[in-house]
Design a protein around this ligand. Structure first.
Ligand SMILES: *[C@@H]1O[C@H](CO)[C@@H](O)[C@H](O)[C@H]1NC(C)=O
Ligand SMILES: *[C@@H]1O[C@H](CO)[C@@H](O)[C@H](O)[C@H]1NC(C)=O
Length: 289
């Protein structure tokens, strides 16, 4: 009898530890922005009510009972097929920053799992031309730090501390930055602004967004200047061509005139020569007389 009860005790203890152990520490789940993410919770709850709620406010996202599952907020789903098999997982259809909560998986007023959803760093590559404005999306409502690291440096430089209402930037950046939350603008970039810009959550030091910025090519001003110069060159060349044509036409007309005059002179010469010959003949005939 004694042995039997110890055996029972151990069984109950093991059962408590391995199948029904209430949650002790948070599990961190990394979701990708706008992608679905699943918070897993394995517990044989049926036929009791199983629910996922906000650990702080206890407002319910979704729940299942013997007959069905229902969602209380859009974008959260539990599956009844899984619930009856002891799987209480919650599917978040599209993770975003507003869903970064601590979630509790509850069955019969006991939390079996507590999970904190975080959003993985977003990377973007940005190709820019000189003089353009760099727009950094801060994405989140909480205070952030903005770091810059130039392409040839290994160190991040803290360039701005930003809250919803103000941006405090280092003196090098103050005159070039403006805040329209959630957007921070860096005006008139040059090739020396190339590098990575990191938006980091101040409270948790989480990288929210990393921009890989490359500033290359000619600025709009330079392109306009080059186009103007080309137009000017075109104008000069067409001027020269038109002038050349006019000169050519004039010369051609002159040549025609000269030719005509030469012809006239030639014909006059012919007559003169004939006249001279005639006179010669006349003189000769007089001499014979
Ligand atoms: C941002 O805040 C930190 C302290 O929180 C401070 O050390 C740093 O100088 C601030 N940077 C700017 C650019 O204001
Ligand atoms: C940024 O992009 C360039 C090419 O566009 C690449 O060579 C470089 O490795 C990238 N840097 C980071 C930190 O991703």
């Amino acid at each position: 009898m004694k042995f039997f009860s110890i055996h029972h005790c151990v069984l109950i203890f093991l059962t408590l530890i391995f199948t029904t152990a209430p949650a002790s520490a948070d599990v961190t789940i990394w979701g990708r922005l706008h992608q679905p993410v699943t918070l897993t919770c394995k517990h044989d709850c049926a036929p009791r009510v199983a629910k996922w709620n906000d650990l702080k406010t206890r407002s319910v996202f979704a729940q299942c009972d013997e007959t069905s599952c229902s969602s209380y907020k859009e974008g959260y789903k539990m599956s009844h097929d899984q619930y009856v098999k002891g799987d209480l997982s919650l599917t978040i259809t599209a993770a975003d920053y507003s869903k970064r909560n601590r979630y509790a998986c509850e069955c019969g007023a006991i939390d079996y799992s507590i999970q904190r959803l975080r959003i993985a760093t977003v990377f973007s590559a940005v190709q820019m031309r000189p003089d353009e404005d760099l727009l950094l999306d801060l994405s989140v409502p909480e205070p952030v730090k903005v770091f810059y690291r130039s392409s040839d440096s290994a160190d991040d430089e803290l360039i701005c501390n930003v809250t919803q209402s103000s941006a405090q930037c280092s003196s090098k950046y103050t005159s070039r930055t403006s805040l329209h939350h959630p957007q921070l603008t860096l005006r008139g970039v040059t090739s020396s602004d190339s590098g990575t810009y990191t938006i980091q959550n101040t409270e948790y030091n989480e990288d929210i967004h990393v921009y890989n910025v490359s500033v290359t090519g000619l600025s709009k001003g330079m392109i306009t200047l080059i186009v103007l110069l080309l137009l000017l060159l075109l104008l000069v060349i067409s001027g020269i061509i038109i002038y050349g044509c006019i000169i050519y036409m004039k010369l051609k007309r002159r040549m025609k005139e000269v030719k005509r005059i030469i012809n006239q002179i030639e014909s006059v010469n012919k007559y003169t020569a004939e006249g001279q010959r005639e006179i010669k003949k006349l003189i000769e005939s007089r001499g014979e007389d």
